[in-house]
Design a protein around this ligand. Structure first.
Ligand SMILES: C[S@@+](CC[C@H](N)C(=O)[O-])C[C@H]1O[C@@H](n2cnc3c(N)ncnc32)[C@H](O)[C@@H]1O
Length: 301
């Protein structure tokens, strides 16, 4: 396939088949949420049944995992060395047996750089067979560049966002299983920062990743099997400006309040823990900055 045929396009078809037609090393970052093979009957008390318009989500588990490994390895091939892929999935159970995404991710060519918890803050099923599952997982996968198996450091303004991403599920979107715009915005902005490149989503759905890429000035490639969802995604891409404010809400969270040097100058927390340093300040996630001394004094855990 030529650049003209795939860049800034959503290609209709089966993800694995289309990926095989794309050239090597053309992508910087990918983000996706594939169909989860949930059998289409796993609705909860609080969420609707997920049924896609152009595909079934019901394969024998070993076939499903084999297919995901092939898809992930094709994405590895078309990703540039040093590139990243964010793979959103969840832990599932079938008649008591647990299926963990790590089961098949370890069989792909990717290095697993980090497991991120997506705290959705709402449970899909409130029956008590297990503690309510509020989280999904996002695997940051990395394609090594030459002998560098670790990759480049994130800028502090991105790394400070921590490995727990707290976004409520998307509610304003008619697609049966979209993720919120903030999720691909966070992934793309953290990796690309002010660089420009190509972003892919091989299960593009309503185009959330592609809208995030467009807003952040990146080129994109989408693959999606359903014509209906492609039309919806194309409409979103045309009207991307109406979603700018949601992307901005996310990018404004990428900040460093004070650098190490500034803290040191002000006699604030620089890494010397201990209640003896009364001036040391800590920020507890979601709370106001407080002195380390007060935090330790009040901590009842
Ligand atoms: C979880 S949804 C992705 C939703 C997307 N992240 C969004 O925000 O809208 C998975 C998508 O994969 C599509 N799909 C299912 N099987 C596919 C296949 N074999 N090839 C390409 N797309 C497929 C479904 O139609 C669905 O839109």
């Amino acid at each position: 396939m030529t650049q003209k045929e795939y860049l800034k396009k959503i290609i209709q078809g089966d993800s694995l088949t289309i990926l095989k037609t794309l050239p090597n090393e053309i992508v910087n970052v990918g983000i996706t949420s594939p169909p989860y093979n949930k059998g289409e009957n796993k609705k909860g008390w609080l969420v609707k049944n997920v049924k896609y318009s152009g595909a079934t989500d019901k394969l024998p588990e070993n076939e499903y995992q084999k297919n995901q490994i092939m898809v992930l390895d094709e994405i590895f091939r078309i990703t540039k060395p040093g590139g990243s892929f964010f793979y959103n999935h969840k832990i599932r159970w079938e008649r008591g047996e647990m299926f963990h995404p790590i089961d098949w991710l370890r069989k792909t060519k990717w290095l697993i750089r980090q497991e991120i918890i997506w705290d959705r803050m709402i449970a899909a099923n409130i029956r008590g067979w297990r503690f309510w599952q509020l989280e999904e997982r996002i695997y940051w996968l990395y394609k090594p560049k030459e002998k560098n198996l670790i990759g480049e450091e994130l800028k502090p303004k991105h790394a400070l966002l921590t490995s727990i991403w707290r976004f409520p599920p998307e509610r304003k979107n008619s697609h049966p299983a979209p993720f919120p715009l903030a999720l691909p915005v966070r992934a793309i902005y953290s990796i690309m920062d002010d660089k420009k490149g190509v972003i892919i989503d091989p299960y593009a759905g309503s185009g959330t990743t592609l809208v995030a890429a467009k807003i952040l000035g990146q080129d994109y490639i989408g693959i999606e099997i359903s014509k209906e969802y492609i039309e919806f995604a194309e409409d979103r891409l045309r009207n991307y400006e109406s979603e700018l404010k949601f992307a901005k809400e996310e990018t404004s969270k990428h900040i460093v309040l004070k650098t190490f040097k500034e803290r040191k100058k002000m006699g604030e927390f620089t890494g010397r823990y201990g209640p003896q340093n009364k001036k040391s300040k800590v920020i507890i996630s979601g709370q106001k900055e407080m002195s380390l001394f007060d935090y330790v004094k009040n901590d009842k855990s």
